[in-house]
Design a protein around this ligand. Structure first.
Ligand code: PHE
Length: 349
């Protein structure tokens, strides 16, 4: 069954690369979600990613309580392809054409492999774009806000598990030092957390060193003996296998689609590992962008909404307990409820 309202797959007119836009649901409002410019063994893997990521965006907005829908764009690069600046521009213009052709049903933003400068290029063709640089009237890089929102989620979990929202002295393992992971690691280090970090890119060792963090190999980070593991890289890291190796109390991070398969959430719960659904913990970036660019909130008000993720997570954990559900089940129920309220016919629930 196709759960999505609309999926566009095009061969880019200029780039000849597969441009994929998945609009999962507009039940709550026009769809928004980032553009992932990434390598896939086959473009169909990019399609699968877009379908999953766009559904996660619907859930992200529903839980955050914002009137936006879920979408995502993926340009599937063949393995090993490096884009020179001209070709990158071609790709971005192809994406911009596709976004524009949807007439506002979907607005794009940054995601893995893209940033504000790319959004500036897309913005020359379509106004349905978030996170352009501030000098062009956009809300700028969303990564610091995603990091801040994840920190808010971590505070809720910390209060719940250890009785304090402070992460001072807490041991955390950050898996992935991309833009969000690095920013989050900085915030955590500044607060006095003891960090273990990794990245597939060995050059990031330097960043780890600057943060005073211990470095482990990427395939060891999930099994690190820490309080909380923070997935901040690509998805599907939580598998039936990797979850049995966890030695932490909780897994909370900004990476999208952390579960390799949905049943892993139950496994985590049975093992007594508190998992906050990724679409709850990672909402800070879009919450900030939509609040500033669509709802015209001040920077301060937008920041308050990002910080409110702490309350969202606290409420979710309380509800889960009261109803004897896992946090994942409680979050799914909340998403269903909010979508059903917006669309009583149940079309998009
Ligand atoms: N990459 C962001 C996410 O997964 C998407 C996004 C950020 C969209 C900022 C719009 C603006 O949530």
């Amino acid at each position: 069954m196709l759960d999505h309202e609309q999926v566009v797959v095009r061969s880019g007119r200029r780039s000849r690369l597969p441009v994929i836009v998945a609009v999962h649901s507009t039940a709550l409002g026009p769809a928004a979600g980032g553009l992932r410019l990434w390598h896939y063994p086959d473009w169909r893997d990019g399609l699968t990613d877009a379908l999953r990521l766009s559904a996660a965006m619907t859930a992200k907005f529903a839980v955050a309580g914002l009137p936006s829908g879920g979408g995502k764009a993926v340009v599937a690069l063949p393995e090993g392809m490096v884009l020179d600046p001209d070709r990158r521009r071609d790709v971005l213009e192809d994406v911009a054409d596709t976004v524009e052709s949807l007439g506002g049903t979907y607005a794009t933003g940054p995601d893995v492999g893209t940033g504000p400068d790319d959004m500036a290029v897309i913005g020359t063709t379509t106004r349905h774009v978030f996170s352009r640089p501030a000098r062009l009237g956009g809300s700028g890089d969303s990564s610091p806000h995603t990091a801040r929102g994840t920190l808010a989620a971590l505070r809720a979990v910390s209060r719940r598990l250890y009785g304090t929202a402070s992460l001072d002295g807490r041991r955390l393992a950050v898996a992935g030092l991309g833009r969000v992971g690095t920013e989050l690691a900085r915030l955590l280090a500044a607060e006095g957390a003891a960090l273990t970090v990794t990245d597939v890119d060995q050059d990031k060792r330097k960043t780890g060193h600057e943060l005073g963090a211990d470095w482990v190999a990427p395939d060891e980070i999930l099994a690190a003996p820490v309080d909380i593991v923070v997935p901040a890289a690509l998805g599907s890291c939580l598998t039936r296998q990797s979850v049995t190796r966890l030695r932490c109390d909780a897994v909370v991070g900004p990476a999208n689609n952390q579960l390799a398969t949905p049943d892993v959430a139950d496994l985590l719960h049975r093992r007594g590992v508190l998992w906050v659904p990724d679409y709850v913990a990672s909402a800070g970036g879009v919450v900030h962008a939509v609040s500033v660019e669509v709802h015209r909130l001040s920077a301060e008000e937008a920041r308050a909404r990002v910080d409110a993720i702490e309350h969202t997570v606290t409420d979710l954990l309380t509800t889960a307990d009261a109803q004897d559900l896992s946090p994942a089940q409680a979050a799914t129920a909340l998403v269903r409820q909010r979508l059903a309220a917006a669309d009583p016919a149940g079309r998009s629930a």
